[in-house]
Design a protein. Structure first.
Length: 342
């Protein structure tokens, strides 16, 4: 057995002399890790297996009223148990890192200035600090309800607000450059078309297959919202679907479905190979919203395609198109006014 510098990874040589790797953790099923250690596919599969293995057993013995005990209580609470499995895994990843460092501390002894210092240590990782703050706010809110402490120390903390537009939207030049590099019929072009002409999230695009196609439409239940969307297939997308093989449209080099994280890493690498740095699947979702707005679609029409529940969410994707259209209208009005007075 060879050891790899990752927790719970086991390497074995089978009877054919082939090296195989597994995620193996006591008390949980063994998971096969495809690809070679360090590859995008390997690391994506490892991350998913590691996230699925619960870090906390509610029955485990912990110091009473410690941070450990409080997080165990939170994992057993109704507000946590009613979350989707994917959301639970994300919350566990955040809280278990905090628990590993501070779990032995008393839940009542943690004060606002302690948490401020922890957030400050995270430096420029402001996104991580904000996420940790949100999760701890729930945890210490439970401590108040349980009577473990009189106040929530997270309520008076703050994190750095980073001014950002989020994921970079793809421009028309970006799209043309990607298409010029990756020919029609390639996995890359199929991925681009699925993202651009359906507007689905990465968590949904990885599962779309022939079973979701019927009567010229793609219909899928969104993983994030559970809302069902049904979208007419654009001719450009149909051209790529006609060349696709297999039941699931997007698969790894080994013919296996992508994980959401693995797909994002793969797609970003493919975009970089086309000369497009920092371009993501979500950036194409923004491009889809922009295109719909520029085509004159109403906010409700755009929401129906993108699967948003509120119109305020649509504004994120239509802001640039609205600015362009309104500025053009304003200048045209100005020109007409000048002509009348001239």
């Amino acid at each position: 057995m060879a050891k790899i510098d990752l927790p719970y990874v086991q390497a074995l040589t089978d009877r054919h002399g082939k090296r195989r790797h597994y995620y193996r953790r006591a008390g949980y099923p063994r998971v096969t890790l495809p690809g070679t250690p360090g590859s995008a596919e390997f690391m994506a599969a490892y991350a998913e297996a590691d996230a699925r293995a619960p870090r906390v057993d509610p029955r485990e013995k912990v110091q009473p009223r410690s941070i450990n005990a409080l997080i165990v209580e939170y994992y057993s609470s109704a507000s946590f148990l009613e979350l989707r499995d994917s959301t639970k895994r994300g919350y566990r990843n955040i809280l278990d890192r905090f628990r590993a460092q501070y779990g032995d501390k008393g839940a009542a002894s943690i004060q606002t200035h302690h948490l401020e210092a922890i957030f400050h240590k995270m430096g420029d990782r402001t996104g991580a600090a904000r996420n940790l703050r949100r999760r701890l706010n729930k945890v210490f809110g439970l401590a108040v309800r349980l009577g473990w402490r009189a106040d929530n120390p997270v309520a008076h903390t703050s994190t750095i607000k980073r001014k950002t537009e989020g994921f970079i939207p793809w421009s028309e030049d970006d799209i043309a450059q990607f298409e010029a590099h990756w020919p029609s019929g390639s996995r890359e072009r199929l991925a681009l078309a699925l993202l651009l002409y359906t507007g689905v999230r990465r968590s949904d695009v990885v599962s779309i297959g022939r079973q979701h196609v019927s009567d010229g439409r793609i219909s899928v239940n969104q993983l994030k919202t559970t809302k069902r969307v049904s979208i007419l297939i654009h001719p450009a997308l149909q051209a790529e679907l006609d060349q696709a093989k297999g039941l699931t449209f997007l698969t790894t080099a080994y013919g296996k479905p992508f994980t959401a994280a693995g797909f994002t890493k793969w797609f970003r690498e493919r975009a970089a190979m086309a000369g497009l740095e920092n371009r993501t699947p979500h950036g194409l979702r923004k491009a889809a919203g922009r295109r719909l707005a520029e085509a004159g679609c109403t906010s409700k029409e755009i929401a129906a395609v993108l699967g948003h529940s509120t119109l305020s969410e649509v504004e994120i994707y239509t802001r640039s198109a609205d600015q362009l259209r309104l500025s053009d209208t304003a200048i045209q009005r100005l020109k007409k006014a000048e002509t009348r007075t001239g």
